[in-house]
Design a protein around this ligand. Structure first.
Ligand code: KIV
Ligand code: NA
Length: 270
């Protein structure tokens, strides 16, 4: 069984070839995606996608640990990164280390991801210098929804300069890769060319060093809303609806379960 990619191996892909990443929340999905991905992200987007929450703010450490463990059972070669949930790292670098160590120890994952720019640089340096590889996340930051809402980033000069500074700060702090979300192309291109860490874009143009999407989005499985940057590589939702409809019809008509799905007593030799 091949060994999983390390965070350092992800960093080394920069300038070499694009990094392929998708989210995974469960063991069977991780097993399906793993052969095609460099990095599997156990994203806190699971709060919305799996649990029907309004935002990612309500996601807990316990939820991230349970799904991190599930994904680790299905992943054999991709680097597995688990999101730190809102409130588990913003208070202090010590709090961040305590919770990051829990994620590493209790799931066996390879790295953690946290949202934030210059204000998180000290925390990222603290973690990386103590054995916790950290993936950064700048631009649109869903955990900031209560402060900023969801909107694409980098439209004004002032906003673009701040995001640029933020990305540089966490790069210097030692992030092994940096997710850029919902950010205009020229800024994503500029940041990608300046940083030593690879950038992984989601709604941040092809200029990034890699791409990530929420699997349920790109599979057409989660259709509550579709951000502009989501491409459907499949349409699974109608397949599931049709299967459920067909099942319901067969149960009502008593055509399921037929004889091939039914146990009969074994013939006894008396
Ligand atoms: O939670 C998530 O799925 C993410 C990715 C979209 C980058 O943070
Ligand atoms: Na996330």
């Amino acid at each position: 069984r091949p060994k999983r990619m390390s965070p350092a191996a992800i960093t080394a892909l920069k300038g070499n070839r694009p990094i392929v990443s998708l989210t995974a929340y469960t063991a069977p999905m991780a097993r399906l995606l793993d052969p095609h991905c460099d990095l599997l992200l156990v994203g806190d987007s699971l709060g919305m996608v799996l649990y029907g929450l309004e935002s990612t703010v309500g996601v807990t450490m316990e939820i991230m640990i349970a799904h991190g463990q599930a994904v680790m059972r299905g992943a054999s070669q991709a680097c597995v990164v688990v999101d730190m949930p809102f409130g588990s790292y913003q208070e202090s670098k010590e709090q961040a280390f305590r919770n990051a160590a829990r994620l590493l120890k209790e799931t066996g994952c390879d790295a953690v991801k946290l949202e934030g720019g210059a204000e998180m640089a000290e925390t990222i340096a603290f973690l990386t210098s103590r054995g916790v590889p950290v993936c950064g996340h700048v631009g649109l930051m869903p955990q900031q929804v209560n402060a900023t809402g969801y909107r694409s980033q980098g439209h004004t000069e002032k906003e673009a300069e701040k995001i640029h500074r933020d990305a540089l700060a966490i790069d210097e702090a030692g992030a092994f890769a940096i997710v850029i979300e919902g950010t205009v192309e020229p800024l994503a291109r500029e940041i990608s060319s300046k940083l030593s860490a690879p950038t992984i874009g989601i709604g941040a143009s092809p200029a990034c060093d890699g791409q990530v999407l929420v699997s349920d989005d790109m599979l057409g499985l989660f259709n509550e809303f579709k951000p502009r940057f989501v491409k459907h590589f499949a349409e699974l939702a109608p397949l599931i609806s049709e299967a459920a409809q067909a099942y319901a019809a067969e149960v009502k008509a008593r055509t399921f379960p037929g004889p091939e799905y039914t146990f009969q007593p074994r013939a006894r030799k008396d």
